[in-house]
Design a protein around this ligand. Sequence first.
Ligand SMILES: C[S@@+](CC[C@H](N)C(=O)[O-])C[C@H]1O[C@@H](n2cnc3c(N)ncnc32)[C@H](O)[C@@H]1O
Length: 129
Amino acid sequence: MLAQSFPNSHFVGLDIDQCNVDWAYKDVATLGLKNLEYVCADASAMPNDWTSTFDYVFFFNLLHDTPRPDLIIDDVKRVMKKDGIMSVIELYAESKHADNLGDPNASFNYTDSLFYCLRCPTTILAPWL
Ligand SMILES: C[S@@+](CC[C@H](N)C(=O)[O-])C[C@H]1O[C@@H](n2cnc3c(N)ncnc32)[C@H](O)[C@@H]1O
């Protein structure tokens, strides 16, 4: 959607799971987008030649699924230009575990994140994707 909305900008989508990258590329082919590429990489160890490259970094529903989000933020600081902007959209949850009691989404999200997302890439647990 971003690549469609901002045709004069170039977008790089990143995921650690090659299966997700392959799946995402189907959209590029279907929509005929020329300003979008996907890369399979660990967001805490992005390519060396990306240093000071990006104007904008956007996390969508990712940081909560990583065991060391602090390392990812460190590497994002490296790949962003000095005046770059980062924005993050994540699932909503209370910081104190007890404050999530009574919210059915919270228990689902916690379980899903702990036993599915944090454990291994989609390729292993959901090979149909
Ligand atoms: C909840 S999914 C969200 C995927 C996509 N952003 C979306 O909203 O459809 C979290 C994603 O984070 C990816 N991921 C987990 N750790 C990562 C890392 N260290 N670097 C890059 N991607 C990672 C997983 O492979 C997974 O696709």
